[in-house]
Each structure stands twice: as C-alpha cells, then as structure tokens.
Design a protein around this ligand. Structure first.
Ligand SMILES: Cc1cc2nc3c(=O)[nH]c(=O)nc-3n(C[C@H](O)[C@H](O)[C@H](O)COP(=O)(O)OP(=O)(O)OC[C@H]3O[C@@H](n4cnc5c(N)ncnc54)[C@H](O)[C@@H]3O)c2cc1C
Length: 290
C-alpha cells in the first residue's frame, strides 16, 4: 500500500501511452460524439450527466476562446440529442491565468445559451478569482450558474458563510489538488469533518447542494441529510451509483471528453492507488519491451 502510494506520486514520469490505457475508464473519449454516446447510456440508466471539455492552464487567447466555442457545440448536441445533461467548465481552460476579464467574457458566452453551467474549482491559486467570478455573475443577474467548494480547504466554511445570502448552487467535494497544510486539511478524517460541516452550513443556508463523493461515510452523511443530488465521476464506483439511482436518489455523472486528457487522467489515477502497482508493471514492461 505504501509502495503503491509512492508509485502514484511518480505517475507524472510514466509514459503517456501507459497513462492513457489506464485512464480510459475515466474519460468518454477524444470527440464530442464519444461524450454524447456515454451520456446517452447514462441517461438510459436513469442518471444525469455534466459534460467537461478537457483543457486546463490554457496559454493563449485563441485556445481559451476555442474551449468556449467547444462548449457551444456541446450545448447544441445536448439540444439535438435531447440529453439530460449540463456542463462543467474550468476557469483556467477559459483563460483565467491569462486575464480575469478574458475568462469572464468566455464564461459569459457559455452562460448566454441559458442552460445550467457549473464552474469547477481548481487549485488554491484560483479560489479567490473563481468565487469572485461566481459572485459577479450572480450580481449580473445570471441564475444558470453554480460553483464548487472544496472541503479540504480550511477557508471553505467561511466561504460557505459568505456565499449563504446568495442561496448558491454548490457542488461540494473533498478537493483534488496538492495544497500546503497551511491552507488545507491533509488527514482524511479532518477532510470528512469539514465536508459534513460545510454540507450542514449549506443546507442551513437553503443552498442547493450536490454531494460529489464516492466516500461511503460521506454518501451516508449526505443520505441522512436528504441532499437533493449526488454526483460521481465517470468510471468510479459505478455499482454504488446504480444503487443510489435504484433507491430513487438523483445522480449526476461527470463526463470529461477531449484531446487534452493527460492532466485529468493523472489526477484520477493518483486518487486510485490500487492502480499504481499495475501501472508500474506496465511501465517496466514497456521499457523492457516485454
Ligand atoms: C462530480 C465530481 C466533480 C468534481 N469536481 C471537482 C472540482 O471541481 N474540483 C476539485 O478539486 N475536485 C473535484 N472533484 C474531485 C474530488 O475533490 C475528489 O478528489 C474525488 O471525488 C475523490 O474524493 P472522494 O470524496 O470520492 O473520496 P476518496 O476517499 O478519494 O474516495 C472514496 C473511494 O472511492 C473510490 N475512488 C475514488 N477515486 C477513485 C478513482 N479515481 N479510481 C477508482 N476508485 C476511486 C475508492 O474506492 C475510494 O476508496 C469532483 C468529484 C466529483 C465526484
């Protein structure tokens, strides 16, 4: 187990083709048609979806505008195929690291079509700008927008309190980026405690909360509190997802697609240390051409 965790940290040096093979369960495919096919299957199984166009840390304006444009294609497909889906966007994919205003313009273009848009939360260097973006959009009268809060950040309970007056639509998750202990809880129990505290505070503020977790203890906590929606990632604990749906709980599955699959894949594989030993073997076999 310890060895597995060490290998998980080394994932960034694993050859991309190996990462790709192991990460394929987490990603719909490279093209919009792949996402449409996967969402159709999820919908047929009684699940909703949120579609993510992969791309992050975009380094030039045309690339950021291209991602915004790709989302308009996603909306057209949702409409055409009558899919039960919305979208999730990443501020850095829409240009946040280039300029806040470029990002806001791109997010505005995505929101303008009227369907619901979830703004994902990325690493802690983006938290202030992402919450500012959410607040400004709401102040501009946009109602079809939601945000994500990460329970591992020590600041999050305060963020919940400061957002409470907006009755925000929040996806609550643990958080996946590697953050310093000065700003983030590290041990699993503290992250869980924070998750439940944030959940309670959000429900008390009459917020709409989607519990985005595969952690059985937190799923139970969310069930006890009657959260209106569960969310899971494509390829993770699918049996548990089916059970929730069979028991009548709304479940939305996060469906990423696109050419820029690498960053997302590494995060998912790092979260699944059971996979790391297998990946290490595959890497060595490849290096030795076995
Ligand atoms: C819909 C959705 C959207 C998200 N959006 C964001 C976001 O915007 N920003 C952000 O920082 N994070 C986001 N996350 C990721 C989240 O922060 C966690 O990193 C992730 O969900 C794992 O935490 P967990 O609560 O499932 O608990 P964990 O303790 O990590 O997982 C619980 C159990 O689930 C299973 N499991 C979890 N991950 C995997 C995996 N990759 N492969 C195989 N099994 C696995 C294992 O059985 C594990 O024991 C999102 C998660 C979901 C479900």
């Amino acid at each position: 187990m310890l060895l597995d965790k060490a290998i998980a940290r080394l994932l960034p040096v694993v050859p991309k083709p190996v990462v790709r093979v192991f990460a394929s369960r987490y990603i719909a495919g490279a093209a919009l048609a792949d996402a449409v096919r996967v969402v159709r299957e999820l919908n047929a199984a009684g699940m909703k979806a949120t579609i993510d166009v992969l791309g992050e840390e975009i380094t030039n304006e045309p690339a950021a505008r291209a991602i915004a444009h790709a989302y308009l294609d996603v909306f057209a497909a949702i409409e055409r195929e009558q899919l039960d889906a919305n979208v999730s966007i990443k501020p850095t994919a829409l240009g946040l690291k280039l300029s806040y205003h470029l990002c806001k313009e791109n997010v505005g273009a995505v929101l303008a079509q009227g369907r619901f848009v979830r703004i994902d939360m990325e690493d802690a260097t983006t938290t202030d700008d992402t919450l500012r973006l959410y607040r400004e959009l709401r102040a501009d009268g946009r109602e079809n927008v939601g945000v994500v809060l990460q329970a591992y950040l020590r600041r999050t309970l305060d963020d919940v309190r400061s957002l409470a007056g907006l009755k925000p639509n929040v996806r609550l998750c643990k958080g996946i980026y590697v953050e310093s202990p000065s700003i983030a809880y590290r041990d699993p129990e503290s992250v869980r405690t924070s998750f439940v505290q944030c959940l309670d505070a959000l429900l008390a503020a009459d917020a709409y909360v989607a519990a985005a977790t595969h952690d059985e203890k937190l799923i139970r906590a969310a069930l006890d509190r009657g959260v209106p929606e569960f969310q899971m990632l494509l390829g993770v604990r699918e049996d548990r997802g089916r059970e929730l749906v069979a028991a009548g709980h709304p479940l939305r599955v996060y469906v990423p697609y696109g050419e820029q699959w690498y960053g997302y894949s590494v995060r998912r594989l790092q979260e699944n240390p059971a996979m790391a030993g297998t990946i290490a073997k595959a890497t060595v076999s490849r290096m030795l051409r076995l």
